[in-house]
Write a protein that binds this ligand. Structure first.
Ligand code: HMG
Length: 388
């Protein structure tokens, strides 16, 4: 029996800021963003969108297909939680009308926790192959205005159905992990934006890749040459290019720049248009590879590197299942990205500065999102979500 991803679906806001607009305002050369960090656009959440609405919209096609009684567990990964106590997935559970017997829990470790959720989901399914687990990763990435991280913001969610004998990707059981207590990126409870030591974070990312790979080689018989495509955590596209060059160097592959690019470029297409979605980023990259590469990926092996600042990382592999194309949400994703609205710089600032009320009053939020689910009010310190 194999275990892995049976369906994968993502959702992002219908608003974006073109990084040329940001560059003009900052007096920066736009090529720094387009070429230097490898990003074009960043998604901005509407006033009535947050990790819950993004998540529910991402999971909707899966629940519409399999029904509301088929999911035994929701594992909700996020690093931009909306509550210190209540799991965001419980709101999603209600919005999607899931059976009360479905358990829900939230997981956190920066951008890494979605991979922890996927591994835990695989373990639950291996223990009882009749179960289907919904893994959701959802984040709204925010840095301070005029900070180096500002151009690497974004928002989005990905939902994955983990089950036995999956239709899309069989996840291989071996993985290599690395944990190290470092302060490269963090967000204390009293802050709405992350603090980051940007250059240091890129170094720690690369060190973690090397260590995870070394551990992977101890755990698995799979070697670099057995892997066809590589999908890295994507804080920005250029990071994957640096990571892949390093992994090739460590393995002394002697590949040309073109050969290296061919192994990662299909994973970068969606993220270039959306920005960093923290926990969801690597899995949106996976969608990009499966949906955008004009080639049959059947039986190809994909190497996945998940990194979460602070830091925990994991390298693991998966094989593409025959017939996977018919299980993808390619058309839905293409429409989502095509139908977005570009923001002016002033509109971006308005969304960025939208207050999250803390006074316990009655705060009704005007409808704005194009998604099925929206945040309608925050009243008496309670978030109220509705279907549009
Ligand atoms: P910066 O310091 O302003 O940028 O911000 P820079 O000066 O280093 O320039 C970036 C690149 O653009 C350089 O290329 C420049 O040469 C190039 P590189 O040397 O790196 O190859 N460049 C140009 N290229 C073409 N035309 C030009 C031009 N000018 C410059 N005119 C930084 C960069 C990454 C530090 C910043 O964006 C940042 O702080 N980002 C947030 C942190 C981050 O994303 N870290 C990544 C690793 S940590 C991680 O992945 C975890 C995370 O997702 C969160 C989590 O786990 O929770 C962040």
């Amino acid at each position: 029996m194999s275990v892995g991803i049976d369906e994968i679906s993502f959702y992002t806001s219908s608003y974006y800021l073109d990084l040329r607009t940001l560059a003009e305002r900052q007096g920066t050369d736009p090529n720094k963003y387009y070429d230097g960090i490898g990003q074009e656009k960043m998604a901005m959440a509407a006033h009535d969108e947050d990790i819950v609405t993004l998540a529910a919209n991402a999971a909707l096609p899966i629940v519409e297909r399999i029904g509301t009684d088929a999911i035994s567990t929701i594992l909700f990964a996020t690093e931009t939680g909306i509550d210190q106590s209540k799991a965001a997935g419980v709101y999603v559970h209600r919005l999607l009308g899931l059976n009360s017997r479905c358990r829900v829990v939230e997981l956190k470790h920066a951008c890494y926790s979605a991979t922890a959720a996927v591994q835990m989901a695989c373990a639950l399914v291996a223990r009882n192959p009749s179960k289907q687990v919904l893994v959701i990763a959802s984040d709204v990435a925010r840095y301070d205005l005029d900070s180096p991280g500002e151009a690497t913001q974004g928002c989005g969610a990905v939902a994955m159905l983990i089950k036995a004998n999956p239709r899309v990707l069989e996840i291989e059981p071996e993985s290599g992990t690395h944990t190290e207590d470092v302060m490269d990126f963090w967000r204390p409870n009293y802050r709405t934006t992350a603090l980051v030591d940007g250059k240091y974070s890129t170094k720690i990312y690369l060190t973690s890749l090397k260590r995870s790979w070394e551990n992977f080689c101890e755990e698995s018989a799979v070697r670099y040459g057995d892997i066809d495509y590589f999908c890295y955590h994507l804080p920005f596209g250029k990071m994957a290019q640096k990571a892949h060059s390093q992994l090739a160097r460590v393995n002394k592959t002697g590949q040309t720049p073109e050969e290296l690019a061919a192994q990662i470029e299909p994973t970068l297409i969606y993220n270039r248009l959306i920005g960093n979605c923290y926990t969801a980023s690597m899995y949106i990259g996976l969608c990009s590879l499966l949906e955008q590469l004009n080639e049959d990926l059947t039986d190809k092996r994909i190497g996945l590197f998940s990194y979460g600042s602070g830091s925990v990382s994991e390298f693991f592999t998966a094989k593409v299942v025959s017939g996977y194309q018919s299980a993808l949400n390619t058309v839905r994703h293409a429409e989502l990205l095509k139908d977005r609205t570009e923001l002016s710089y002033e509109e971006y600032l308005t969304l960025y500065r939208y207050p999250d009320p803390r006074d316990g009053g009655q705060h009704v939020i005007e409808p704005d999102t194009q998604g099925r689910f929206r945040l309608a009010a925050i009243s008496d310190h309670k978030r109220e979500y509705v279907e549009r």
